[in-house]
Design a protein around this ligand. Structure first.
Ligand code: C5P
Length: 248
């Protein structure tokens, strides 16, 4: 089975307040995009990665990936996230026509553990047409009206925080993108097809890096991962790779 991963990274990322697109903001000296693509390839299940970059940064992004030793194609993104995924999908299917599983990953979730990536691929290969990693809600959530007045308190136990990569069998994702609709995630498009979306456990490290505060947390995640790799290579040679895979 051929698994390809699409990384829509063509947004401007204003919320981080940086002068560069969010995917190019650095954590521990490397752009989020590099961390994200390396994570996908290191999971050991992805055959090909296609990144959607801002049109004026396609060549620079391709050079960045090549300089980091990462094999990935870069295409120009579209007007919104859905369009960028659609363009990357079309490119991927041109390069690897026998693609059976497509992952759609957010560069902002650059530190998703390999174990989560593999769990998503496994679930699609086991027959799910769409799979998303999720976490339970720690906070109570309120629905408010236009004036900020609370109108409802949804049952927290039935709510989930959604992460990426989201995984799809190829035909399902192609059908979802043929809807000519837009959504904040690809599973949202698949839901409109009436296709069930399965879930697997997500991970705190797969957080979306959106604000300067998140960047501080991301630095801590990388530091923690590096430290446990070093410690375990002294304690138990061979355990370091396992630690990296588990995101510990
Ligand atoms: O802005 P937001 O955080 O919702 O963007 C989600 C993801 O979609 C980001 O990784 C962003 O780079 C990507 N995106 C894109 N093409 C666009 C707009 C956003 O690939 N035109």
């Amino acid at each position: 089975m051929s698994v390809v991963a699409l990384v829509p990274a063509a947004g401007r990322g204003e919320r981080l307040g940086a002068a560069v697109p969010k995917a190019l903001v650095e954590v521990r000296g490397e752009p989020l995009l590099i961390h994200a693509v390396r994570g996908l390839l290191d999971a050991g299940r992805v055959r090909h990665v296609v990144v959607a970059a801002p049109a004026n940064l396609v060549d620079a992004t391709a050079k960045l990936l090549a300089d980091a030793g990462l094999a990935a194609d870069v295409v120009a993104g579209g007007a919104d996230r859905t369009a960028s995924v659609g363009l990357a999908l079309r490119h991927a299917l041109g390069v690897i026509p026998d693609t059976s599983v497509v992952l759609v990953h957010d560069a902002a979730r650059a530190f998703t553990p390999p174990s989560v990536i593999r769990a998503v691929v496994d679930a699609v290969e086991a027959g799910a047409r769409a799979v998303i990693p999720v976490l339970p809600m720690a906070d109570t959530v309120k629905q408010v009206d236009a004036d900020g007045v609370v109108v409802a308190t949804p049952d927290r136990s039935a709510l989930r925080i959604v992460q990426t990569p989201q995984g799809f069998d190829t035909a399902t994702l192609v059908a979802a993108h043929a809807l000519a609709d837009s959504a904040t995630d690809d599973a949202g498009l698949v839901e409109r097809l009436g296709v069930p979306v399965a879930t697997v456990p997500g991970h705190a490290y797969a957080m979306k890096i959106t604000t300067p505060f998140d960047l501080v947390v991301a630095e801590a995640i990388v530091l923690q991962t590096e430290r446990s790799l070093v410690e375990q290579s002294y304690d138990r040679p061979g355990a370091a790779r396992q630690a990296a895979e588990e995101g510990s």
